[in-house]
Design a protein around this ligand. Structure first.
Ligand code: NAD
Length: 283
């Protein structure tokens, strides 16, 4: 029987620690707001934005919401970002993705001041991660590092396979595991012999974005399995990229979906905001 890594509990611990820190910072006169920009009315984005505002309220930081209509032009959005870049009290700027097709996401990400880029998507921050310097780190992979650390999973010298090479999850995840002294393999859609490669993993991190792709044949006995995926199955129930029922008996520890990686993302976003308030820049 695997240990079920409880992301809900761990994310709550982190938010409680941050709440305390925010009180101390306020007493020192340090405070600031997170600006959240949403363009259009995508229902999933609406839920994410609401959760982010609630998390800000919980830990005691201000949030400013900008809900722009779907037809907002790129120049208008870039203008708003520039305005927020200049505002002293705004310590974090987040643009909810995906954006409508007529807006270039890369241009928008690069318009955010790297010092307020609490999502950690700006090339300045991804570059810092690459060379091992402090900066804002993408929240989902940063949350996975916390899950591993706070569950007592050793990483040094361990074989880690990350499936997925996206800029938001796979690549930063691999770099963070490297920082934790794991021996890292990045697998992706063109990888050959994926099950065989995955069976080498002491720690298998799955971010393929394909519902329940990863079954028992991909997992070594005793491996730690982290499931980043989040989908709805044919019965409209949440599921991950991993066949939980099949993999759990083999694993030594595993994250469930929901209640694993998901709640960590917002906790780490809050962590980045607090870091920005604390230092006035990326930590
Ligand atoms: P993505 O689609 O950008 O990237 C998926 C990656 O998987 C690609 O690099 C691709 O090469 C690889 N891939 C696709 N099919 C493959 C296959 N058959 N074999 C091997 N590799 C394959 O997705 P993403 O943004 O990295 O997100 C991955 C998953 O994580 C999605 O399900 C997404 O919804 C979820 N996600 C969850 C959170 C969270 O907070 N829990 C945050 C971000 C993403």
């Amino acid at each position: 029987m695997a240990v079920i890594i409880d992301g809900k509990k761990i994310s709550q611990q982190i938010k409680d620690e941050l709440k305390e820190k925010v009180q101390k910072l306020r007493a020192e006169g340090k405070h600031g707001a997170l600006a959240v920009i949403q363009v259009g009315t995508d229902p999933a984005s609406g839920v994410y934005v609401r959760n982010k505002k609630n998390a800000c309220a919980y830990i005691g930081i201000d949030s400013l919401a900008y809900e722009l209509p779907e037809e907002t032009g790129e120049e208008e959005l870039l203008g708003l970002i520039e305005e927020l870049n200049q505002k002293e009290e705004v310590k974090g700027i987040l643009v909810q993705l995906p954006l409508p097709e007529h807006i270039c996401e890369d241009r928008v990400i690069q318009a955010i001041s790297p010092e307020k880029d609490v999502d950690g998507f700006h090339p300045w921050n991804t570059g810092k991660l690459t060379i091992g310097e402090p900066g804002f780190v993408s929240c989902t992979p940063a949350g996975i590092i916390q899950l591993l650390k706070r569950s007592g999973v050793e990483t040094e010298g361990k074989n880690c396979v990350v499936i997925g090479r996206s800029n938001i999850v796979g690549k930063p995840m691999a770099l963070l595991m490297l920082r934790e002294n794991a021996t890292v393999t990045i697998a992706h859609s063109r990888t050959r012999n994926l099950p065989e490669i995955c069976r080498q993993a002491d720690i298998l991190i799955v971010a393929v974005g394909k519902p329940q792709l990863i079954g028992a044949e991909y997992v070594k006995k005793g491996a730690v399995v982290i499931d980043v995926g989040i989908h709805r199955d044919e019965n409209n129930r949440l599921c991950g990229d991993v066949k939980f029922d099949e993999v759990e008996p083999l694993a030594s520890a595993i994250t469930p979906v929901p209640g694993g990686v998901g709640p960590m993302t917002i906790a780490m976003l809050m962590n980045n905001c607090v870091q920005s308030i604390e230092t006035g820049q990326e930590g």
